[in-house]
Write a protein that binds this ligand. Structure first.
Ligand code: SAH
Length: 347
């Protein structure tokens, strides 16, 4: 390993890869488990802190690997509900956001999976500036580790609902999930993680085959192909019929009920006919509908308030659907993802 010209990003390596790298370098593979635990469980930020590793190996590790960090470029704390929003700076000068929220059942963090997004949803702040690049597994993990270090809170749950489309960065997201859930490292159960997608159908099938305990959230936002294609261009590639088929397969393979996200937009998707249409798609399916009053984004004229969402909820409840309106946290700090990054990058 001494010949490598660039230091390897050790936080992005799963345990198997670390074992192989150490074996190739003539080290005992059990050292990988010790190092893994230092960086993912004990969260050291320098090899010199690994007290059960010989000085010689620590020096060699330092020559060949790096333990990355994110820097907190901005931190906004809500005075209403303990929500903290982080704007993190990456090595290459890009920025991403995470939001740490406090619920009765513990702390939950919403993390980003890409810098920007290609999906172009009309109501979304992340879409306006377009796509820059995928995040690495370490950049996803570090959003959690740095927030824990900064806030002093233990994070129990993570949702992949920040900037980006996780299934458009599939390999890195899968690696992130492997590492975060490894009992030899951070050990966060995949049952405590939700992944939200706009509906990249082939990847939903791939994810289902992995049979993890992950919760899949699907951003639906309209039950009609025409209306959905209007606000979510991805629907022109994979329509609602194909998407529902993939969701049924996901449930069949994993036994995990799907959560459908529905941003209620006044005059766009909140009528009695929209409720009926949702019922015809989701009635009888083991799922949950999560309504979000659409967050107003400066450049769009989409509007809704809690009352509109509550009215739509009543319509769905009457039909027997399992539905809730998402609590709005951090409303005083612009906690909706994508907003802070845009201010920083002027994009
Ligand atoms: N790309 C993924 C995850 C990121 S977006 C996805 O599409 O699911 C996370 C969630 O926030 C999605 O349900 C998305 O549709 C929703 N969202 C984006 N902008 C919003 C806004 N202005 N108001 C309400 N929800 C929004």
């Amino acid at each position: 390993m001494e010949n490598s010209s660039e230091k390897r990003d050790i936080l992005s390596m799963n345990l198997c890869e670390l074992e192989s790298a150490l074996e190739e370098a003539g080290e005992k593979s059990f050292r990988a488990g010790q190092i893994y635990s230092w960086i993912h469980a004990k969260k050291v930020t320098e090899f010199s802190q690994m007290s059960n590793i010989s000085l010689e190996l620590r020096t060699r590790l330092d020559k060949n690997f790096c333990i990355k960090r994110l820097n907190v470029a901005k931190r906004l704390e809500s005075c209403r509900d303990n929500t903290i929003k982080y704007l993190y700076g990456l090595d290459d000068g890009n920025h991403i956001e995470s939001v740490l929220m406090e619920y009765e059942h513990g702390n939950s963090i919403c993390i980003s999976t890409q810098v920007g997004c290609k999906m172009g949803c009309k109501f979304c702040a992340s879409a306006i500036a377009g796509f820059v690049r995928d995040l690495t597994p370490s950049e996803m993990l570090l959003q959690i580790y740095e927030a824990e270090a900064d806030s002093g809170r233990h994070i129990d749950n993570a949702v992949l609902m920040g900037i980006g489309e996780p299934l458009d960065n599939y390999d890195n997201v899968m690696r992130f999930l492997e590492i975060i859930s490894d009992p030899k490292g951070r050990g966060m159960s995949l049952r405590h993680i939700s992944l939200s997608t706009c509906g990249i159908v082939p990847k939903i099938y791939e994810l289902a085959k992995r049979k993890t305990g992950l919760t899949l959230s699907v951003s639906l936002h309209s039950g009609y192909d025409e209306g959905r294609s209007e606000i979510m261009p991805v629907n022109r590639r994979w329509g609602i019929g194909e998407l529902m088929e993939a969701c049924r397969d996901y449930f069949k393979e994993t036994g995990r009920r799907i959560s459908f996200e529905y941003a209620v937009i006044e005059g766009v998707n909140d009528s009695a006919a929209d409720a009926q249409r949702l019922y015809s798609l989701l009635g009888g399916m083991n799922c949950h509908v999560n309504l979000i009053p659409v967050n107003e984004v400066r450049e769009t004229d989409f509007r809704a308030d809690r009352k509109t969402a509550e009215r739509f909820k009543e319509r769905l409840l009457k039909k027997g659907l399992n539905v809730t309106v998402r609590r709005t946290l951090g409303s005083d700090i612009n906690a909706a993802c994508g907003q802070l990054r845009r201010e920083q990058e002027h994009c």
